[in-house]
Design a protein around this ligand. Sequence first.
Ligand SMILES: Cc1ncc(COP(=O)(O)O)c(C=O)c1O
Length: 425
Amino acid sequence: MVTIQERPHAELRILATELRRDLELQQANRLSLDLTRGKPAPDQLDLSRDLDTAVDTYIGEDGVDARNYGTLRGVIEARKLGAQLMGVDPERVFTIGNSSLFLMYMVAATAYNQGLWGDDRRWTNRKKIKVLTPVPGYDRHFTICESLNVEMVNVAMTEFGPDMERVLELTASDASIKGIWCVPKYSNPTGCIYSDATVAAMAELPNSAAADDFVVFWDNAYAMHDFEFPAARLANLYSHAERMGTEDHVALFASTSKITYASGGLGFFAGSERVLATLERALSIMLIGPDKISQLRHARFLNGRVEQHMAQHAKLLRPKFELVNDVLERELGGLGIATWTKPRGGYFVSMDVLPGTANRIVALAQATGLTLTPAGATFPYGRDPQDQNIRIAPTFATLADLKVAMHVLVQCVKLVCIEQEIAAT
Ligand SMILES: Cc1ncc(COP(=O)(O)O)c(C=O)c1O
C-alpha cells in the first residue's frame, strides 16, 4: 500500500473529489448515527431480564432484612460480588448506589475536604492541588478534577499503562501532586491492560510520592468485560499495596453498569479499613441505608455465574469490534494517516489520525449524520495538544448502523487527511 504522503498530488485531488461526492450522497440519506458514549445496547440489557425476579426472599445471608434501613456498607452477598470484580476480600468492599463515578467523586471530594485517613491530612491543606491524568483518558475523571479545582497534569499512555518513569519523576519531585487516575483493564479509550510491572509500580507509588496524602484512583470499570478467551489477566493492585504498606492510599472502584443495567446496577468501592471508616462516616450524614433490594437481586442473579453472564455480552460485542477493526484495516491500513487500537475487551477503540485533523474529521462526520465523541474529549479541558485522538464507541449501535457509521468515518478521515496533505506541500 502506498501512503497518502507518497502519492502524487494529481492522484490525491481525484481521490478527494470522489470522497466528497460519496459524502454528499451520504448527506442526502439524512443519516442519524451515534458512536459517542459507551452504552450497552438493548440486546445486552435484555441479558439481565431475570434480575427482576431474582429476589424471592428479602432476608439476606446474614439475616439482614433488605427492605429496611441500615447496613450502610451493603449486604454481604453483594459485597462478595464486588470482591470478585475487584480481587479483594469482601470485608474490604462496600456497595452503595448504582454508580462507581459517584463513589469516585465522593472519594476525591473527601480526600480534598476532610482527608481519607481520620487525621489532619487533607488536600485543602495546600493551595494548589494537582492530579496526574494519563492521556488519552476518561472525560468524567477530568470533570471530577475540574469540579474540585484540581489541576490536571498529563502523562502519556503506553501499551503497558501510563508512562511510569514520568509518573515516578513527577510524583517524587512535586508534593502538590496528590493522585493519579487509572483504568487498569481495557482502559478508556485505548483498551490497554496495565502490565504486571505497571501494577506493582502503581502500588508502590504512594511510598515514593512527595505527597503524604497521595491516592491511586483505580477505576476497574471493565474488570470482567473480555470478549476474547481465555480472559486477560490483570495483576492484583490491592495485594501489592498490602505488601508495600500502601493500602491506605489505593481506592478501588467497579460497578455492574455494563454487566446488568447501566441505570439500575451496583457501585462498588474497596479500600483499607481506615479509609472505609472515613467514607462510612461521611456517607452516614447523607443516607441511612443503601438500596439493599437491588443488592440482593444482583447477588442472587450473578453470584457464581458472572463469567458465564459476561460471555453472553462478549458474544454480542465481539462482532462489533471485529467490524470496526476490519473496516479500519481495509480502508485506512497502510495509508499512513491513522493508527488505532485493537482491544480484547472493554467498550472503546482509540484512533489517532494525522496531527491537526481530529476536530475537522469529527465536524465533517457530524455534517454527514454521524455523531462522534467531540475531538479533545479524551484530554483534560477538552484540549488534545496534537488534535489527533478520536474515540470510537461501537457498543450501542446495531451492526447494520455500525457498518454505515464506519463507512462514513473512514471516508471523513481520508478526505480531511488528503486535504491537509495537499495543503501542506
Ligand atoms: C472508565 C469508566 N469508569 C466509569 C464509568 C462509569 O461507571 P458507572 O456507571 O459505574 O458510574 C465509565 C463509563 O463509561 C467508564 O468508561
